[in-house]
Design a protein around this ligand. Structure first.
Ligand SMILES: Nc1ncnc2c1ncn2[C@@H]1O[C@H](COP(=O)(O)OP(=O)(O)OP(=O)(O)O)[C@@H](O)[C@H]1O
Ligand SMILES: [Mg+2]
Length: 403
C-alpha cells in the first residue's frame, strides 16, 4: 500500500500520539515495554486540528510508517550494550525460522528469556529471503504485545499467548558467543538457516524477548490423547478469547507455532470469555501460542496486519495440509487480508485436529483413556469446519458440557 504522498514534511512540525494510535500508547503495555526512543517518538507525534481529518484517512500502515520513520531517526543500541559480555554464558539456541534465530538464556533474576533475533532493513538476502522491513516487524510485535496483555484483562482473559518481556532495537555483528551456539545447534540438530556471521557492523535487528513456552507440538511427546484433548481445548479457548477482544486471526498456526510445557497434573487452565469463566483441566500440559508474523488484530478501530496477498509464495506450497490452509484462507477472504474473518481460525483448528489424529507422538496408546480421547478428537474433526469462528465453537462446546 503506497504511503501517504502529500506534503509529508507537514507532519514533522505537528504533534501527539493519542490520535495516531488512538488510545493505544496510553492503555497498552507499550509504555512499559517499548524502548525509550519509541516512547519519545510517540510522545512527539501529535496532530493539529487541521491535520486531524487527513490523518484519520490514513490507513494504519501509513500511520505506523510515519511513526517508524521518526523511530528510525533515533539510534539503535549496539549488541554489546544491550547484551554485555558474559550474559550468554547460560544460553542455547533452541529454534529457528526463516526470519530469525531463537535463543534461550537465564536472565539476571534467574528467570528464563527467549530471544527471537530478526535482522531487518538490510539488503543482504538471509535464509533465501529478503530481510523484513521495520513496519512488517512492528505489526508482529504490536500483536504479540496485545495478546500477551490479555493476561491482565478481566473480561477476556487468557495467558495462552506467549508473554512478551521486552523489545529491543539493536545493530552490529552477531556476538561471537551466539555464533558458537549457532554452530552447536547445527552440529546436533542441523540448521536450514545461513550462518549469521554474514551480518556487518551496520546490520539492524529487532529482538523480541519472551517467556519460554516449552517444546513445539511437532517434537513434544504426549503421555496419551487425553493431553491432546486438553491441548485442543486450550487452543480453542485462547483463540476465542482473542477473537472476541481483539478480532484476532493467527493465520499461521502450524505445529512449530504451538508450544507445550509440563505443569502439575491437577492444574486447571483458566480463561474468561466475555465475562464467563472457563476452566480447562490441564492433564499435565500447558499451551503457549507464538509467532504472529501473519496475524491480524483490531485495536481502537485500527486494523493491524501484514498483507499476505503480496507474498505469492505463501500459497504455492504442497505436501502438507498446512499449505492447503493458506489457500483455503485466501479463497475464503478473497485475498483481502485487512478484514476480520474468524473462519481462518477454524481452518487452523481443523489443521491441528488433523495433526493430532495422524502425526503426534505418544508414550502410551493402549489405554482406554487414550482411545476414548482420540475418538472425541475424531468426532470434533467431523464437524469443525461447520463453525464460523472459534468463539462459536467454544460456546457450543461449553453448552454441551464438553469444556
Ligand atoms: N518463546 C519460545 N519458547 C520456546 N521455543 C520458542 C519460543 N519462541 C520460538 N521458539 C522456537 O523457535 C522456533 C521459531 O520461532 P518462530 O516461529 O517465532 O520463528 P519464525 O521465524 O517466525 O518461524 P516460521 O516462519 O518458520 O514459523 C519455534 O518453532 C520454536 O521451536
Ligand atoms: Mg514459526
Amino acid at each position: 500500500m503506497p504511503l501517504y504522498t502529500k506534503s509529508e514534511t507537514s507532519f514533522k512540525s505537528c504533534m501527539p500520539s493519542h490520535e495516531i494510535l488512538s488510545g493505544y500508547v496510553d492503555n497498552s503495555v507499550f509504555n512499559k515495554l517499548f524502548p525509550r526512543q519509541f516512547q519519545h517518538c510517540c510522545g512527539n507525534l501529535s496532530l493539529t486540528n487541521d491535520l486531524q481529518n487527513v490523518f484519520n484517512e490514513l490507513s494504519l500502515d501509513q500511520k505506523i510508517q510515519l511513526i517508524l520513520r521518526k523511530w528510525q531517526q533515533e539510534k539503535p543500541s549496539s549488541f554489546q550494550d544491550c547484551y554485555p559480555k558474559g550474559i550468554f554464558q547460560h544460553c542455547q539456541k533452541i529454534g529457528e525460522g526463516i526470519y530469525g534465530e531463537v535463543f534461550l538464556y537465564k536472565n539476571a533474576n534467574g528467570g528464563t528469556t527467549v530471544l527471537k533475533i530478526i535482522p531487518i532493513e538490510g539488503d543482504q538476502i538471509v535464509n533465501g529471503e529478503a530481510q523484513k522491513k521495520f513496519e512488517e516487524i512492528l505489526s508482529e510485535t504490536i500483536i504479540a504485545l496485545e495478546l500477551s496483555n490479555l493476561r491482565a484483562n478481566k473480561k477476556n482473559y487468557t495467558d495462552a499467548f506467549i508473554e512478551v518481556q521486552n523489545l529491543r532495537y539493536i545493530y552490529g555483528r552477531y556476538p561471537e558467543e551466539l555464533l558458537e551456539l549457532w554452530k552447536l545447534y547445527d552440529e546436533n540438530r542441523g540448521s536450514e538457516n545461513d550462518f549469521p556471521d554474514l551480518f556487518t557492523d551496520e546490520q539492524l535487528y529487532i529482538v523480541l524477548e519472551t517467556g519460554y513456552g516449552g517444546s513445539d507440538l511437532e517434537s513434544f511427546i504426549f503421555d496419551d490423547a487425553s493431553q491432546v484433548l486438553s491441548m485442543f481445548k486450550q487452543i480453542a479457548c485462547a483463540m476465542a478469547v482473542a477473537e472476541v477482544e481483539l478480532c484476532f486471526e493467527h493465520r499461521d498456526l502450524h505445529w512449530g507455532n504451538i508450544l507445550i510445557s509440563h505443569v502439575p497434573l491437577d492444574k486447571e487452565i483458566f480463561f474468561v470469555l466475555n465475562g464467563q469463566e472457563i476452566a480447562v483441566p490441564s492433564c499435565g500440559i500447558k499451551v503457549s501460542i507464538i509467532d504472529f508474523t501473519f496475524s491480524r488484530i483490531s485495536k481502537n478501530g485500527l486494523d493491524i496486519c501484514n498483507d499476505l496477498g503480496k507474498d505469492c509464495a505463501i500459497f504455492t506450497g504442497r505436501g502438507d495440509y498446512q499449505f492447503e490452509i493458506y489457500r483455503l484462507m485466501q479463497k475464503k477472504n478473497g485475498n483481502e487480508w485487512h478484514h476480520f474473518d474468524p473462519y481462518s481460525n477454524i481452518l487452523w483448528l481443523s489443521y491441528v485436529l488433523e495433526k493430532t489424529i495422524t502425526s503426534l507422538h505418544f508414550k502410551n496408546e493402549r489405554t482406554k483413556l487414550h482411545k476414548k480421547s482420540m475418538n472425541k478428537l475424531k468426532e470434533l474433526n467431523l464437524d469443525i469446519l461447520g463453525y464460523d469462528s472459534t468463539r462459536e465453537l467454544v460456546l457450543s462446546l461449553f453448552d454441551k458440557n464438553f469444556l
